[in-house]
Design a protein around this ligand. Structure first.
Ligand SMILES: Cc1cc2nc3c(=O)[nH]c(=O)nc-3n(C[C@H](O)[C@H](O)[C@H](O)COP(=O)(O)O)c2cc1C
Length: 321
């Protein structure tokens, strides 16, 4: 049986899924169901850094359902930051248990926290016990990997998650040491589907519409997907199929919105260039026969050079449907 409405979420991607990106994506391709912010970390001082504040200010996210994500292993820090976000109007917050980067993992955070199940249990206990008074309407979801070393860690972790009323469990079925290598472990996803008390969202390696269709054919009762690199490659991935000309026209508009959005940040041309090049690492795969122009974009030293290369790409190269 087909689910009534397939919910699609934009994955958090540090440096990439900024508010500029979210707004451009929604304006051109239609709103997704949820947008997760790249992770925020609790600070000693309670106030937000300017860039963080920019991401979560309601006026920068008008009309979008945004879920702020927190990275920490300290329950008190989590609750304090959650309280600040609650004050700003947020009612759903996500805990990052997936980040595989060494600097994060070595501090026992992100997927590094998965190596300490007892501490994780205590953390969740303190967090959920802290959702009283003003915070009693706050929903907490978790984005997790399967473990640090082996997917055999996952059943124990799932048993811990099941002790708490998580709003949602988002599973990227790899372990920390995989980083982004190997294939997502679909068997683990199956286990989670059977055993998770919280509604389950799948995340991982859905790069094309064909990947999505194949996944949904294999797991037809899936009702929510989180898309990361695939959606950055093609921001229209979750929108309906269109002819090549229309696809290009939309992507051109999208690109312009993102570029202008970053220009308005006043971060200097070099940083704008850096941000745009980071996107092209994924986006270039949408164009056929574009290796040379991809290199030109990467090598551009000024925004003028950059725009010339992008213009040539748009006018010369067909888009892959
Ligand atoms: C550059 C980059 C930055 C990321 N930043 C975050 C982050 O801040 N928080 C998080 O939970 N996951 C982060 N991720 C992981 C993605 O959200 C997602 O789980 C992962 O890319 C797998 O999904 P995909 O195959 O659809 O891309 C990041 C991934 C990449 C490649």
């Amino acid at each position: 049986m087909k689910p009534v409405h397939m919910q699609i979420y934009l994955a958090p991607m540090e440096g990439i899924t900024t508010y500029v990106y979210r707004n451009a994506q929604a304006a051109v391709y239609g709103r997704l169901d949820k947008y997760f912010t790249p992770f925020l970390e609790p600070h000693e001082k309670r106030s937000f850094k300017k860039r963080e504040l920019q991401e979560i200010l309601p006026e920068n996210n008008k009309g979008l359902y945004v879920v702020p994500q927190i990275l920490t292993n300290r329950a008190e820090g989590f609750l304090e930051l959650a309280a600040s976000l609650h004050e700003m109007g947020y009612r759903e917050i996500n805990l990052n248990l997936g980040c595989p980067s060494k600097t994060v993992v070595s501090k026992g955070k992100g997927s590094g926290f998965l190596a300490f199940p007892e501490e994780l249990d205590r953390f969740l206990d303190t967090v959920f016990s802290g959702l009283t008074g003003e915070l009693s309407d706050l929903r907490i979801s978790v984005k997790t990997r399967l473990g640090m070393e082996s997917s055999e860690e996952f059943p124990g972790l799932l048993a811990i998650f099941n002790r708490y009323p998580l709003h949602e469990l988002i599973l990227h079925p790899r372990v920390q040491k995989d980083y982004y290598n190997h294939r997502p472990d679909r068997q683990a996803y199956c286990l989670a589907r059977q055993e998770s008390r919280a509604p389950l969202c799948y995340n991982g390696d859905l790069f094309t519409r064909k990947d999505m269709d194949g996944f949904l054919a294999d797991f037809p009762d899936t009702d929510r997907l989180m898309l990361g690199r695939g959606l950055i490659r093609d921001p229209g991935l979750a929108a309906g199929e269109v002819a090549e000309e229309e696809k290009k026209e939309r992507f051109r508009r999208f690109h312009e919105l993102v570029l202008n959005g970053y220009r308005e940040w006043n971060m200097g041309d070099r940083n704008v260039l850096f941000k745009m090049k980071e996107l092209w690492f994924y986006q270039i795969r949408q164009f056929a026969d574009a290796e040379k122009l991809g290199k030109q974009i990467k090598k551009a030293q000024t925004l003028a050079e950059y725009e010339r290369a992008v213009e040539e790409l748009f006018s010369e190269k067909p888009m892959v449907l």
